[in-house]
Design a binder for this molecule. Structure first.
Ligand code: GLN
Length: 493
């Protein structure tokens, strides 16, 4: 592994700007690392030429003495949920195989405008539905991590598992992720990296394949809090093409970073001490409190009484929206078309959808259609929306007493691939700590804390007030500085 691939976003950007190395050297090093890491199955397609072209543009700007942009010369991985002009975009589904968008998503365009280049399109759970990366049509992603003394293939988390695997394996310095109910934070926690889901509306959803539109948010995944701050600044901002986009200026998050938490109150929600949570996770939560206290914060107990209803409500609201969003895949407009001999239009819809969607996607469409159907709408969908409001109110009340909340990101560390597939409910439980912040639209981040007795990473989650990404990043920085997380997966790929 070349030394350049050990660098993160800030180190690459600053090194290119001051001439320590060229952006082309960086892009070539990462392109090589990507090509050599096929065993991770992190990428669906690679785009080495895109990375090189952006690098050459950055190098040329430097020669001319021009501003390189806040991501200048940094090659990144792009989750294959973002539409990229001229580059296949699949959402890891057979139904979109071969779909090459005519347009670029707002978030990816902003990253290119900020000077970044693309190493390739990252694998994910199909339509971002999953927590292990096993629902991809293109095969599961492998985590670079393994349990000490074991060769069993481990899950990189999901749905942004290609992103987490690539960043942890150092074949990309950073990657985009999306988070509907934990898909940035859970994979970040499983692989020992950072990831932040900003406030709902911060990043435009335009050109991001829709899963559950009232929850979907894009965000960065990288190996440090600083790198996340930089990349989020590039990704965020008002977009007239997304009606739910926030009409707010993007704060200077990188410049605002400070690990001094004097005067800040950090809330510890008692309802997050759930049965089934791993002892080592609870221990790392205790450790996290100490770290934040050491950074000057006061620790206070808070209550989020509706926490236990959040997950069931999410698994009604998200499939309901998904069943509506996924109606557009009909074999007419995008990707796959299955037209049996002599078939009519209805037969074509049915055949295309039967062949194109994976089992988990079909399960969500069925659940969503059911909870929205006339006889059950009030019993399920309306109830779930009421719970969503109560969950938001819980947070509002808690934030009257504290500035941010500290909790575990996940109830367990990563698990072996194949071990949770049998029972969707056990798989859904992965997101029990992540989903409440999603329902409330709040900014939330996972930061690596430590490794467990198996040598696997554990993450801590910080949830902030609406629009207070800065507070979340700063508490994350305080943890990062004290955790000194330096563990790396041993290279087997
Ligand atoms: N794992 C959750 C689900 O399957 C969350 C997915 C996501 O955030 N995209 O719905």
């Amino acid at each position: 592994m070349s030394e350049l691939t050990n660098l993160g976003v800030k180190a690459i950007r600053d090194g290119v700007a001051d001439g320590s190395f060229t952006a082309r050297e960086v892009a070539e090093a990462f392109n090589t690392a990507v090509a050599e890491a096929a065993d991770l199955n992190a990428f669906i397609v690679t785009t080495p030429d895109h990375a090189l072209a952006a690098a050459d543009a950055a190098d040329a700007k430097r020669t001319r003495g021009e501003d390189l942009g806040i991501m200048g010369g940094v090659p990144i991985g792009m989750k294959d949920l973002f539409a990229t002009k001229g580059v296949q975009t699949t959402a890891a589904s057979h139904i979109l195989e071969g779909f090459t968008p005519e347009y670029e998503s707002t978030v990816s365009q902003k990253l290119w405008d900020a000077g970044a280049g693309m190493l390739g399109k990252l694998n994910l759970d199909q339509f971002a539905m999953g927590s292990s990366n096993e629902t991809s049509y293109f095969g599961n992603v492998n985590s670079p991590w393994r349990k000490e003394g074991s060769n069993a293939a481990m899950s990189p988390g999901g749905s942004s598992g290609g992103s987490s695997s690539a960043v942890a394996a150092r074949i990309a310095p950073a990657a985009t992720g999306t988070d509907t109910g934990g898909s940035i934070r859970q994979p970040a926690a499983f692989t020992g990296i950072c990831g932040i889901k900003p406030t709902y509306g911060r990043c435009s959803r335009w050109g991001v394949v829709a899963f559950a539109s009232s929850l979907d948010q894009a965000g960065p995944m990288a190996r440090s809090v600083e790198d996340c701050a930089i990349m989020l600044e590039a990704m965020a901002g008002f977009d007239p093409k997304d009606a739910t986009s926030l009409q707010m200026d993007v704060p200077a998050w990188e410049a605002g970073l400070s690990a001094d938490l004097k005067g800040k109150k950090i809330g510890i929600p008692k309802e997050y001490r759930m049965e089934g949570t791993d002892e080592e996770i609870l221990k790392s939560w205790e450790q996290g409190k100490e770290w934040l206290r050491d950074a000057g914060a006061t620790i206070v107990d808070v209550s989020l009484p509706h926490t236990k209803y959040a997950l069931p409500a999410y698994y009604i609201v998200a499939p309901a929206e998904a069943s509506s969003n996924l109606a557009r895949y009909d074999g007419v407009r995008y990707g796959l078309r299955d037209l049996p001999d002599g078939a009519g239009l209805q037969d074509m819809y049915a055949a295309t959808r039967a062949a194109g969607f994976g089992d988990e996607v079909k399960r969500r469409i069925l659940i969503g259609t059911y909870v929205l159907s006339a006889g059950f709408y009030d019993a399920y969908y309306t109830q779930a929306q009421k719970i969503r409001t109560l969950v938001s109110q819980d947070f509002e009340k808690a934030f009257a007493q504290c500035d941010a909340i500290l909790a575990p990101t996940t109830p367990t560390a990563s698990f072996p691939l194949g071990s949770l597939n049998e029972d969707p409910l056990t798989m859904y439980l992965n997101d029990v700590f992540a989903v409440p912040a999603s329902l409330a639209g709040l900014p939330a981040m996972s930061v690596p804390a430590t490794v467990n007795s198996d040598g696997l990473p554990l993450g801590l989650q910080i949830v902030g007030k609406p629009f207070d990404e800065q507070g979340v990043l700063n508490a994350g920085l305080a943890i990062q500085q004290r955790a000194g997380f330096a563990a790396q997966p041993e290279k087997w790929w």
